[in-house]
Design a protein around this ligand. Sequence first.
Ligand code: FES
Ligand SMILES: [Fe+2]
Length: 431
Amino acid sequence: MIIAKRPAPLDPARIAAVRRPFDEADMFPPQVFHDAALFAWESEEIFRHEWRCVGRDEETPNVGSYRLLEFAGEQVIISRGEDMQLHAFINACRHRGATLIEGPADGRSDCGEAKKIVCPYHAWVYGPDGKLQKAKHTEDLKRFNPGDYDLVPLRCETWQGFVFLTLDTDAEPLLTYLDDLVDVFSRFNFAPLRRAKREVYEVAANWKILVENYSECYHCPGVHPQLNALTPYDLGEDIPARGWWKGGWQPLVGEALTMGLDKGSHERPWLHGMTETDAKRIQYFAVWPNLLLSLHPDYLMVHMIEPLGPGQSRVVCDWYLHPDTMKRPDYDFSDAHGFWDMTNRQDWHVCELQQRGTASQQLPPGRYTELEASVQAFDLMVADRYAADGVRTARGWAAGLAPGDMEGIDFSDRQAARAAIAAKLAAAELP
Ligand code: FES
Ligand SMILES: [Fe+2]
C-alpha cells in the first residue's frame, strides 16, 4: 500500500467519520470536491504515485509507434522499442530540455511512428526505447557517458491489454498493486479486444463525484429508467475485494441479453472467458483511483477519469469488442454505444448538480443509504489515502447482503427473484 508522505489537508475527524462502520459513517464534507489545497494534495500524493491506466497496448502496435500524453502534469511519450516492449519517458531532451515530439498543443497529432527520436533543437538522437544513440560533438567531453543521458523513464506495465504508468520509482509491480483483481479477471482475455468506439466528455464535477456515482444504482430508477428496466437498481451484489479496487454485479432480467437501446436484445458473441453466469450479469469494477471497467457479456466498456481541476474532469469512455465481431457482416454497435452515451450523459448531469450544490459552505456531510455501501467502499480508499496512517479500513456490506447471497437465484422473473432474496435474508437472520 502506498502511504502518502503527509496526511491530506482535511480535518482528521472528518476522515475518521467516513471510516466508521458503514451504517454509522458520514460522507465526506462537501469541501473535498472544491478545495484547491486538497486537490493539490491529491495531485501530488495520489496521481503522481499510483499506477494509473492511460490506454491500451493496441494504440502503439509497431516498433517506433508512439503516443504523447500528459500524465500527472508531465509530458510523456509512450513508445514501442525494438524489443517490442513499451517504454515511457518524459518528452524532454537530455541536452537542454527541448520538447522532443510536438503534440496537439502545437497543432500536431498525439500519435505517430518514429524509429528514431531526433531532437528538433541540436539533433540529439534517441531510440524508441529512450536510449541516447547520438550526440554530436560530445566525443571529447570529460565526465560524459552517453548511457547517463537516456530519456527520463517512467514505469510502464500492462495488464489485460491496458497500459499503466506511474511516476513512483518505488511503486510495487503493477500485478502486485492490482492484487486479487488479477485473479478475478483471470478467466478473461481482454488483451486481443479492439476499440469499437470512443466518446470524450468534459464534466464539471470532481473526479470522486464521478467514481461515487459509478459505485451505486440507488439513482437508477429516476436517472436511468432505460437502464433500470434491464438491470433493476435493487438487484445485485458486491464482489469481495482485497486489493485497491471494488466491484459488483447486477443481473440482466427478463429477456435482456446485454445493455442496449433495443432492450438489450442484441446477439453479439460473448467475450472470451464469459461463463453462463457472467452472461446473465453486468459486472462493474472501479480500480483505484480512476479506472472503471464495465463487463458486459458481449463488450467491455472502460471509463478513464482524468481530473483537470477540483471541479472539472475529462472522461474518456471506450468500448471494446473482439476484432472478429467487428468484421461480421451484421456488425452494428449503435445499440450499445447509443445506450451508454445516453446513460453517461444522464450521469454527468446529476454529477454536475452535486458539484454545484456542494459548493455551499453551509452544507454538512450526508449519509450513506443502505444501497451505498459500495460508495463508502470507494470513499474508504480515499479516506485511507487521506489519513496517511497505513491503516486499511475494512469495508461493510449493504443491507445484510453478503457476497454469494444471490448465487443460484433465477433473475428471469424479477418478482420471484426479489422474493427469493427476501427469503434468504430472513433465513440468514434466524439464530
Ligand atoms: S535541446 Fe535537444 S539537442 Fe539540444
Ligand atoms: Fe448512473
